[in-house]
Design a protein around this ligand. Structure first.
Ligand SMILES: *[C@@H]1O[C@H](CO)[C@@H](O)[C@H](O)[C@H]1NC(C)=O
Ligand SMILES: *[C@@H]1O[C@H](CO)[C@@H](O)[C@H](O)[C@H]1NC(C)=O
Ligand SMILES: *[C@@H]1O[C@H](CO)[C@@H](O)[C@H](O)[C@H]1NC(C)=O
Ligand SMILES: [Zn+2]
Length: 446
């Protein structure tokens, strides 16, 4: 009897008193941890590197899910990216805690079990390990922010609004290739220096997207829901006034551009070119807080991190098939009244995913170079509650063929930009003024 009790106590100590401490793991410790998790939970994890940093450190990604090794039709791909700015380290810590929570909760915690059974979750705890190793434990200084070449990775992506043809850094190229290799649907990029959820666009060229100082994306309604889901599930973010030196963010969210314009950012790139909706989460006033603050930061963010993953099940998903059931690749799947700069297209399995809030939507499916088009109106419920978007396949009556890959080129996507004649654009002046004022209030880069 007593040895049985002892056995249970030890058992719960081992699984609960986790192997992961609340402290900063360096690159070697982080790798060792990910490898140990992968060994201990081999049926629900898969570890891979998406490339190397300038100094040759691997950019490790751990996948968690019931089918970790490859994409399965109908299971959406989700990702979290941490530590893109090497000195913003809270996301890096929280993502390791999240890995611990997901692996230990599988088949015992119902939310974790449902998430892992229905979703493939990719976690990149550090996109900038060189910067992390170079940084100092300081709240504000930017030592370690950049990669080894001194480049800000969150300014180094191609940008649809501004020519940004600087040379791509290795870490950025790795993320661009990663986006091509998996059909990602939803993502968040974890930063520090403020407490707010910021959503696209981060940039504008003064065209029709620029509305009263904000740069409004076609999926703005969805982005606001994504950002608010995070801020309202976070212990304090919704209050909007968490840092003494920061402006007040209503509901703890902000349009990226209206906060401060930013060319070459990762979230606009994911959305415009990767058809993956991404937001930027600023998780702490102090970029590199003392280790004693880490348990509290995990407690603040845990529910929000889980609730945000669940949003990958918004909207509608399915396949485009021809009459004999063959998947049609590179078919365009457009939603009426959402004029995306690069059209969303089906992946190699003929699959599409569109994150949409509940309502009635008209979807149009076309195959480039072919006459036939298909239009259907769908009534879309709230998918996250059931851990599944509505499933709807589009089946062409006659035989159609996959079209060759027309990777959305800068030309296709920018051709849809409607640039305002700046001489008739009073909106530009005040927003630039706001920008200058904000930069003055907020001298530390985030
Ligand atoms: C893996 O399992 C070993 C042996 O049970 C344990 O000591 C270690 O803490 C575990 N590590 C992780 C990261 O789960
Ligand atoms: C999740 O999948 C596992 C493995 O197939 C299964 O045993 C379990 O019942 C599933 N749980 C839920 C809640 O879907
Ligand atoms: C969607 O359409 C159905 C009828 O097809 C209607 O009953 C419902 O109210 C509509 N929903 C919305 C949000 O407009
Ligand atoms: Zn940052």
């Amino acid at each position: 009897m007593s040895s049985l009790t002892l056995f249970f106590c030890l058992g719960s100590l081992v699984s609960w008193g986790s192997s992961l401490e609340f402290r900063y793991y360096n690159t070697v410790e982080l790798e060792d941890y990910l490898k140990a998790v992968n060994r201990n939970y081999s049926s629900i994890t898969h570890l891979y590197s998406i490339g190397k940093s300038v100094e040759g450190r691997d950019l490790w990604v751990l996948i968690l899910g019931k089918y970790p090794t490859k994409h399965k039709i109908g299971i959406p791909e989700f990702k979290y990216v941490g530590n893109m700015h090497g000195n913003e380290v809270v996301g890096r810590v929280l993502l390791l805690q999240l890995i611990e929570h997901l692996t230990q909760g599988y088949l015992s915690d119902p939310v974790v079990t449902c998430l892992l059974n229905t979703t493939r979750i990719h976690i990149l705890p550090s996109m900038n390990p060189d910067g992390f190793e170079a940084s100092t434990r300081n709240c504000l200084y930017s030592q370690g922010r950049f990669n080894k070449h001194g480049v800000d990775l969150n300014r180094n992506f191609p940008d649809v609004f501004t020519q940004n043809d600087m040379e791509r850094e290795l870490e950025v190229q790795a993320v661009m290739d990663w986006l091509k290799s998996e059909p990602f649907v939803l993502s968040a990029n974890l930063h520090g220096g403020a407490v707010v959820a910021s959503y696209p666009y981060d940039n504008s060229n003064g065209g029709e997207e620029l509305q009263r100082g904000s740069s409004i994306a076609p999926d703005n309604d969805v982005f606001i829901h994504l950002a608010k889901t995070y801020s309202f599930n976070h212990k304090r973010m919704r209050n909007g006034n968490n840092c003494y030196d920061s402006q007040i963010f209503k509901d703890g969210i902000t349009n990226g551009y209206s906060w401060y314009p930013l060319p070459g950012g990762m979230q606009d790139y994911n959305y415009v070119w990767g058809q993956c909706l991404e937001i930027t989460l600023e998780l702490s006033c102090c970029k590199y807080p003392p280790e004693k603050d880490l348990p509290g930061l995990w407690d603040d963010n845990k529910d929000a991190l889980l609730a945000y993953i669940q949003l990958v099940h918004l909207g509608v998903k399915g396949q485009v098939l021809n009459s004999n059931g063959t998947p049609v690749e590179n078919a365009l799947v457009e939603v009426k009244d959402k004029n995306n700069l690069c059209p969303f297209k089906t992946n190699r399995n003929g699959e599409y995913y569109r994150l949409l809030l509940p309502g009635n939507y008209t979807l149009k499916v076309t195959i480039p170079g072919q006459k036939e088009a298909m239009t259907e109106t769908l009534s879309i419920p709230y998918g996250p509650d059931k851990y599944s978007a509505l499933t709807h396949n589009f089946v062409f009556k006659r035989n159609t063929y996959s079209s060759p890959d027309v990777t959305p080129s800068a030309e296709i996507c920018t051709s849809k930009l409607k640039i305002q004649d700046s001489s008739h654009s009073p909106a530009l002046a005040p927003s630039h003024l706001t920008v200058l004022l904000l930069m003055a209030l907020c001298p530390f880069l985030l």
